[in-house]
Design a binder for this molecule. Structure first.
Ligand code: HAM
Length: 420
């Protein structure tokens, strides 16, 4: 026997029994985001490696350790996208969108790739629903993005997701914070892991999201960026908070949250669920403001803010909450012989054209096995066709959940099923 093949480690198949939840979540995102004026964008899964080095940052775990990077046949270094913001900014700049409109609202849904250690809720191919708003520096835009996510989570009836909020400062106040941070971390240099000793030189903020136990303990006592915020950043944060309150969005200030990507300025936030369904993972989503990134990637001076939600994690939470989604057939048509099968196919085809979901077993077989199949399909009704039904052009419509069958003329079936 030839050897069985399996999917690449950390990359999952989604079989039809699971897909209902995914389609439900994606449909809710499309519906709700469009209510706020966001339009869908689709970018390639492969980008030049330098895009992520210049945006997410070379010293981050994502770029430094987790990217799927290789050389294509022309020798270019390309990477499977580990996140969606940098590609969205690349597309925004490449298509000179800023020249066409002053305010741009995009969303995307798709696979991302990070070579992480796999666990429940942490995969190497995972999926994000992301949102990016370009052109508004105002705190109102940060609030719109956060409130929209809260709306979306409410629509999915996912309670128990907390919003954590912080400000990471901007180019005016970050150098001061960096100085204090470097002084503090240098005093603890020997206790830091070798990676963090390098980070201390290259990008000290990244020490604060190291997963190593002893680095985490040191990070706890590190100076907080909140204590170094300049007046403009302080005001921005105060206005974000005022407007969140105004809209009744609950949040907690989390001065130790720094996010794992380099491009953020000012507002940073995460949606966190403390739910066993996620294993040791807890972030359902994260985002923030990135006012310098468009310029740094060769575009005009356009501020932006966005968020990405982990679709896999949202589906885990919904699955654990016992929610089931998926489409059920309206009708299962069974038949006793070849003549009845001809009519079953004709009738099914007409009903499908009228917009109904109709299944039959193309293999035929005994009535008993067809009815078993009807049961498994989850159909709402079944109809058995035999000699008498063909002659009368009518049959018994049987509710699969139990109850009295009723006699219905073929010509009435579509209307009756629609009302039922
Ligand atoms: P991020 O925090 O790296 O942010 O990822 C966002 C979300 O993606 C996480 O909160 C988590 O739910 C999910 N996620 C990340 N890695 C994995 C994984 N290995 N397996 C399963 N789920 C995962 C970003 O990617 C930014 N681009 C967000 C953003 C958009 N900022 C501004 N705009």
């Amino acid at each position: 026997m030839s050897q069985k093949l399996a999917a690449v480690k950390g990359m999952n198949d989604l079989l039809p029994e699971e897909i209902g939840i995914w389609q439900h979540v994606e449909a809710a995102a499309r519906e709700i985001f469009s209510r706020y004026g966001y339009a869908e964008v689709r970018t390639p899964v492969l980008e030049d490696t330098s895009l992520f080095e210049r945006s997410v940052g070379e010293a981050t775990d994502i770029v430094g350790k987790e990217m799927y990077t290789f050389h294509d046949k022309a020798g270019r270094s390309v990477s499977l996208r580990p996140e969606g913001t940098a590609p969205a900014v690349r597309a925004y700049v490449e298509h000179a969108v800023a020249q066409k409109e002053p305010l741009t609202r995009w969303y995307y849904i798709g696979p991302m790739f990070r070579y992480e250690r796999m666990k429940t809720g942490r995969y190497r191919q995972f999926h994000q629903i992301g949102v990016e708003a370009f052109g508004a520096k105002e705190p109102a835009q940060d609030v719109e993005v956060m409130e929209m996510v809260v709306h979306f989570l409410n629509a999915l009836e996912l309670s128990g997701v907390a919003l954590h909020l912080n400000s990471l400062g901007d180019e005016a106040c970050r150098p001061e914070h960096q100085k204090r941070l470097v002084a503090y971390l240098s005093a603890h240099r020997e206790e830091l892991c070798p990676d963090c000793q390098t980070r201390l030189e290259r990008n000290p903020l990244r020490v604060l999201d190291c997963k190593n136990e002893s680095c985490r303990a040191i990070a706890q006592g590190a100076p907080k960026v909140q204590d170094s915020l300049c007046e403009a950043c302080r005001q921005h944060l105060a206005e974000v908070r005022r407007r969140l309150d105004l809209l009744g969005v609950r949040y907690e200030l989390d001065p130790s949250m720094v996010r794992g990507l380099d491009y953020y300025t000012r507002t940073a936030f995460e949606f966190v669920a403390d739910d066993p369904a996620l294993g040791t993972a807890s972030a359902v989503g994260g985002g923030g403001r990135y006012d310098r990134l468009v310029r740094e990637l060769g575009g005009p001076d356009v501020p932006a803010v966005g968020v990405a939600l982990g679709l896999d994690r949202i589906c885990l939470l919904l699955g654990a909450a016992g929610k089931r989604f998926g489409v059920r057939p309206d009708l299962f048509v069974a038949f006793v012989d070849v003549q009845a099968q001809d009519e079953a196919m004709r009738l099914s085809s007409a009903l499908r054209r009228a917009g109904l979901r109709v299944e039959l077993d193309t293999r035929g077989g005994s009535l008993k096995s067809q009815m078993k199949r009807a049961d498994k399909s989850g159909a709402r009704f079944a109809l058995v066709l035999g000699e008498k039904e063909l002659a009368d052009r009518a049959g018994e419509l049987r509710p699969m959940a139990g109850g009295e069958p009723r006699r219905v003329a073929f010509s009435e079936l579509s209307a009756v099923l629609r009302r039922a």
